[in-house]
Design a protein around this ligand. Structure first.
Ligand code: COA
Length: 165
């Protein structure tokens, strides 16, 4: 187990914005796989606070010192993005049993659409099991302190949005 595997994995999500919970999972994945591509979904139905470019930019900033972690925006189906990136592995996080039910449905659909795409599931550190981007946005919009949930750069970006909201 001393050699690092070379496989590329995709960690997809909307990341509106990226939180310490996502970062925890990404760093775990980066220890297990050769290259982690953070697939930032346009997710137009979510009416995001940050544009796709802003979400990708914030993630690039967080991982600027890691050469095996990159962020790429995509629109359309995740399976098409995976094909485009020549990746046949997805990493998803499981925070609670509710996530499990949802992920089970998604994974079955991904498998129907692209049988060679496999998914692996990681659990985040216990302290992040309650965290979501929606909760962080809510707290920030109402002037609450989100410094323990997001990196400094993201906290600043949230404050800017809150001021201009
Ligand atoms: N720590 C903190 N928060 C986490 C987390 C973690 N480890 N893992 C998930 N979350 C949060 C997310 O921030 C998100 O919060 P939000 O709903 O408040 O924004 C929530 O949990 C749900 O996360 P997730 O299931 O990753 O949803 P998502 O919208 O971020 O991403 C995609 C879903 C992008 C993977 C999925 O919609 C997709 O594949 N889209 C492309 C179109 C497509 O192919 N659809 C599927 C067809 S089969």
């Amino acid at each position: 187990m001393s050699e690092k595997p070379t496989s590329t994995v995709i960690y997809p999500g909307t990341f509106d914005p990226i939180t310490n919970g996502h970062i925890d999972l990404i760093l775990r994945a980066a220890k297990m796989f050769g290259h982690v591509i953070i697939g930032v979904a346009a997710s137009p139905s979510k009416k995001t606070m940050f544009t796709l470019e802003e979400r990708v930019g914030m993630i690039e900033d967080v991982f600027s010192e890691y050469n095996n972690i990159s962020a790429v925006g995509f629109s359309g189906l995740l399976v098409d993005f995976a094909k485009q990136q020549n990746a046949n592995l997805l990493v998803r996080g499981l925070r609670t049993t509710i996530d499990f039910e949802y992920e089970f449905g998604l994974t079955n659909m991904y498998r129907k659409l692209l049988p060679e795409l496999e998914s692996v599931f990681l659990t985040p550190s216990e302290e992040y099991t309650f965290l979501s981007s929606t909760i962080v946005r809510e707290v920030a919009l109402h002037g609450g302190d989100v410094s323990q949930f997001v990196p400094n750069s993201v906290e600043k970006a949230l404050k800017n949005k809150a001021i201009n909201a």
